[in-house]
Structure formats: C-alpha cells, structure tokens
Design a protein around this ligand. Structure first.
Ligand SMILES: Cc1ncc(COP(=O)(O)O)c(C=O)c1O
Length: 452
C-alpha cells in the first residue's frame, strides 16, 4: 500500500539530479504535453502508482527549475535536502499543528525553532513567533499585532469592536515598500492608499530626514532588503524617532532579516532588533520548501490578542505555547518542522556560509557583467543585482534570450525608471561554477542582442 511513497522518493531524487542540468524553464513541448492531463474526473478508482507516474512523466518536465542551482528570478530559494526530507516526514505525520496538547512533537519543534530564530536575529527573548505561509502573511500577522497594540493604547479593542469608529491609525511606509505590505494593510482595514509615504534615496532606502512628524496611534513600516536592490532602511535614526513618539515599528525583512545571521552582513541590519515586529520568509533564504514564513512580535500578548481564539471543544488552555495563538489559521501543517531541521542541520556557521556565499556570488555577477560593459544599477550590498543592457527594449531582448537559452533564468524589473534584469541569488544549491556558467550565458545573450 505504501510502495508509492518509496516510488515518490525515487522520482523526487531523480528530478532533483536532473534539474541541475536541464534548461531551467519548461520547454514549449513540455507545456504542450500538459494536455495529457485533460480528462473528466475518473469514474473508477485508479492505481496510486499510475497517478504518480503520470504526475512525474507529464508535470515534472513542465516545472520551472526553481529547485535547481541557476534559477535567479524573484527571490526564491531551493529546498535543502534535509528540509525537504523533514517536510516529507512531517507530511506522513499529517499533524494539524494547532494545539500543543494534541500535537506535542511539532509544537515543541516550533518552540525550539522559534527560540533559535530569536537568538539568531538578536530579538528580545520574549518575542512571540507565528509560523505562517510566507512574508505576505507574516506582514499581515505582525501588523495585526501592531493594529491591536496602537488601538489598545488609545483605549480601543479592535478585535471586539472592529475599525468602525476607532481612533484613526497613521501608517507610514517607504516609497519602496513591497506591494505585499500594502496588500496586508488593505486586508487589515488600514487601507492600501491611506498610508503616508516617505521618499527614498537612489537605492530605495527611506530618507530618515523625510519622516513626517508622528502623532497619535502610528505604525511605521520599515524594510530590510529591497526586492530590487537589496537595500536596507536606516533603522537606527528611524526607530529612535518612532520610539520617542510611541509608534509601533514593523520591519518587513522577507529575505533581509537573514543578514543578521551572517557576521559580514549583520551591519546592514543594525538596529532593526529595536523594532516591535518583524516579518520574514523561510522559503526564500532559509531554503525550506514552500510555503513558509515567520511573523515575530515583541509584545506576545498583542499578537495573541489578534490571533487567538477559544471554543469549548478546543484545548486552548495550556501552560505551553499553543501554535494557533500566533497565526491566522487554526488548522495548518507543522511548518516549524522544516524550519527546525534546516536551522539544526546548517547551524550558525552553515547559515552564515550560505548567506555570505550568495552575496559573494552577487558581487561576482556584478563584476563580470560590468567588465563586459553592462550597467549595474544598484550597490550590490546583499544578494540582488540589477543590470541594464542599454535601453529598455534591448534589455528586454537580452532577458528573453537568457530565459530561452535555459542555462539560467532571470526576470525583468523597472528600477527608478530604468528597465533592468534582476539577478537574485538565494539558493543553497548555487555553486561558484553555476555563477560562471550563468555569467557566460548572460554575456553571450547580450553580445547577440542587436542594438536598438
Ligand atoms: C520585501 C518583501 N516583502 C514581502 C514579500 C512577499 O513574500 P511572499 O511572496 O513570500 O509572501 C517579498 C517577496 O519577495 C519581499 O521581497
């Protein structure tokens, strides 16, 4: 009955070996072959192996090689083998990770992983941690704690009474805040457009001297790691000013928060530990499988006030940490399992090595492309590189050629009015040889592209 699981492990191993050498993007033929999946819902039960075979034969080739070493689009990590293996085992356990009393094993792993993360990021010891699906939900969750706290200070219980008639909250963000932060604000009833935007410099960093005067219930949202440049807001002066005015400070550190875990990068994130809440992803730079994000709140009570529920049938009362007191979901998988496995297996040295290697590789990309005459648009401080190959049209042509050629995959962006190719290095699997191969492929694509 369980033979299909062994088969799946074998097929997964074969996929991961092959994804290192195949073109990164799915071929047109592979996408066309997805037509084989078109069928009515079968009347009769089918053999499990036959379904697994179909999945692997038809869908594996139609995937993007995000798990491979030369996918540099968006900000996407691979999966450390230990994290993937832990994910499989946790899948077999099939725990609903809501309550400590009911699922003591996964709840304990979350507690341990949370403690390690707090230590790694230098956050206050009593910080509460929620294991969510990604940075979008981490922002949402942490900002729900912020909303609770600033309104509670103004004598308003937002969970009980909602936002109708509540004291207005001022939300301050940088011009370069990630769009998912705005989405989170919208979902919380704080409005995507009701924000005060602070101008940024040429790297996308908030200008500390442009912060508006803070009055009344206020949430200031800062950023560690700009999606395009990798830049960090100047935390120290901004947090000083916010603290003096009693504002709540939130940091969106979807990938930048991990800089805290590497000695040569930690200076970039200096001071962010004095904020009130933080959001990051584990599925990006920690290289655990999708989907996995982390929300942190200095004030554990504010987070649980926003998230916890009780019901007669639920074992909510415990002296321990109940995982569901810190997440929007009640029922969910035990995402802490892979986070724990990745942290334990890499250790502090392995984590620092991963982040520093990827950043060194970003510098190598920038040097190699600059030497070939292309324009690097950002200061390469982290793992993001922006490169332009002339005007917008030519840059887009080079990107299309790179994607089609298949050695590596990079996406496009527009940075402060200039079209650029983004190279984002976030995978444990990327070796220096992969960088050289990719550099050659990009330089070839640029050499072929006709001038506009
Ligand atoms: C700064 C920042 N915040 C939030 C997000 C959203 O993360 P996710 O897609 O994991 O929800 C991203 C994604 O790249 C990001 O870079």
């Amino acid at each position: 009955m369980f033979q299909v699981l062994d088969e799946a492990a074998r097929k997964a191993g074969a996929y991961l070996r092959q994804v290192r050498s195949r073109p990164v993007a799915a071929s047109d033929q592979a996408v066309a072959a997805l037509g084989e999946l078109e069928e009515a819902l079968p009347q009769r039960s089918r053999d499990a192996s036959e379904t697994l075979d179909l999945l692997d034969r038809v869908v594996s080739p139609a995937t993007m090689g995000m798990a491979g070493p030369r996918f540099f689009g968006f900000v996407i990590g691979g999966s450390l083998p230990v994290a993937l293996a832990a994910n499989w085992l946790a899948g077999a356990w099939d725990q609903n990770a809501a309550f400590r009393e009911v699922t003591p094993g996964v709840a304990r792993l979350e507690e341990l992983a949370a403690g390690w993360l707090i230590d790694l990021f230098g956050l206050p010891a009593a910080t509460a941690v929620g294991f969510v699906t990604g940075a979008t939900m981490a922002n949402f969750t942490a900002l729900a704690a912020a909303r609770h706290a600033v309104l509670a200070n103004a004598g308003w219980n937002v969970e009980a009474d909602g936002l109708f008639g509540a004291p207005p909250i001022t939300v301050i963000i940088g011009e370069e805040a990630h769009p998912t932060l705005l989405k989170s604000l919208g979902m919380l009833g704080l409005g995507r457009n009701r924000v005060r935007r602070v101008p940024v410099d040429e790297q996308g960093r908030m200008r500390a001297n442009a912060l508006p005067k803070i009055e009344g219930p206020t949430i200031l949202c800062l950023q560690a790691g700009n999606i395009n440049t990798g830049a960090f807001d100047p935390f120290e002066p901004l947090i000083d000013e916010a603290r003096a005015a009693d504002a709540w400070v939130h940091v969106d550190g979807a990938f930048g928060l991990w800089a805290k875990a590497a000695p040569s990068l930690a200076h970039l994130a200096r001071g962010l530990e004095r904020a009130d809440s933080w959001a990051t992803d584990a599925h990006k730079w920690l290289n655990v499988p999708y989907d996995s994000g982390l929300a942190f709140s200095r004030d554990a009570r504010a987070l649980s006030a926003a998230m916890a529920i009780t019901a007669e049938y639920l074992p909510s009362k415990t002296e321990h940490r109940n995982p569901c007191d810190f997440t929007p979901e009640l029922s969910r998988r035990g995402r802490g399992v892979e986070v724990w496995a990745a942290l334990r297996s890499l250790g502090k040295e392995g984590l620092a090595e991963l982040f520093e290697r990827n950043c060194r590789q970003a510098v190598r990309f920038a040097e190699g492309l600059r030497a070939a005459g292309h324009s690097i648009l950002n200061e390469v401080v982290l793992n993001q590189v922006l490169v332009a190959f002339g005007d917008a049209e030519r840059t887009r042509r080079v990107i299309a050629t790179v994607q089609k050629e298949g050695t590596c995959w990079c996406g496009a962006t527009v940075w402060q009015g200039r079209t650029a190719m983004r190279i984002s290095i976030s995978s444990w699997a990327t070796t220096d040889a992969d960088v050289e191969l990719s550099l050659d492929a990009i330089r070839r694509a640029a050499a072929w592209a006709p001038e506009s």
